[in-house]
Design a binder for this molecule. Sequence first.
Ligand SMILES: Cc1ncc(COP(=O)(O)O)c(C=O)c1O
Length: 365
Amino acid sequence: MKVGRSGMSREYKTPCFVMEQGKLDRNLEKLATIEKKSGVKILHTLKSFNQRSILPHIALKLSGMSIGSSKELYMAQNAKAKHLHLYAPAYKENELIEIFDKISTLSVNSLNQWLRFSSLELDKKPSMGLRINPKLHLPIPDYCNPNLGYSRLGVDYLEFLESYSKNSDSYKNLEGLHFHALFQSSVQGLVILLEHIEQHYSDILPQLKWLNLGGGHNFSDKNYEVKSFIQVIQKFKTSYPNIELYFEPGEAVVKDCGTFITTVLDIITIAGENIVILDTSIETHLLDVAIVNQRLKVVGTQNFSTPYFYKLTGNSCLQGDIIGEYFFLDQLNIGDKVVFENMMSYSMVKMTEFNGMENAKFILI
Ligand SMILES: Cc1ncc(COP(=O)(O)O)c(C=O)c1O
């Protein structure tokens, strides 16, 4: 095997996802330090990474996990996660009732769900909150921008404020608000979000026990300004000392912790193009490429021209199974490894169980 520029020294049976424990630990240490120094609680979001063997390790380091279904609840419980926050765009009522006493905080996604679930008479209920769409104007790609006016994720903040002012009684059990509005954001995004909260919810904040400030915080990036984060949080906590602040990053927990490795099965030249067939397929392993046209980073390539220009494709029978075109630093040969970088978040989960979705049954009638 040609080792390539990634420094891999072992023969891996491909396709495979390879995680480096040292890099995961570095991220977890940083997140744990942020928690300790700022007093916020960081919950790992299972929809981004849910490898069962690693979850107990993550659970030891962070305050809890953010889950989206009963399937993810059992994963988090098995990992011995402490605080469990549940959020999904909608719930099946019977399933929700079954797990009500096992979760710590819960956000519902609509006013309609608030009315249905907050009035349930049950012995033990989690602390209940509502996800809000703050409609912030931020430079986020449309496919993952929860702030869009037509987003189905969270209640439009103006609609919520109007409903609250007309009928605050129906919100007497409201203990939390949930805002997932950022994406790969610096501290500046958090500042904008907190300004929105302080500006619009001053009547409501005194009754709240918690705010969930979502994911999309680029905590593990080397340029993330931890000191300013701590200052921003301290300032907010001075005004609202009784509100617990939760963050639920996904990407930041496993950012740059591992790769996806494939093997070149063939190289064919068609109409002057060098087409590389890899032992993968976008529909099986790389759904982000198929769904949101994401450009993956490949080890040993650069953005500007080299003599080694290849179209990377999959080994399925779909003509559109095309991963992307890349300038390599060296010639590729059959048997070489092609290594995709930063592949631990979302790609692996999307292969099977994004958001802990149930597998659809097959029924023959
Ligand atoms: C509600 C919610 N919270 C947290 C996250 C994690 O976001 P990120 O991976 O950008 O940190 C997501 C991602 O889609 C989300 O939808």
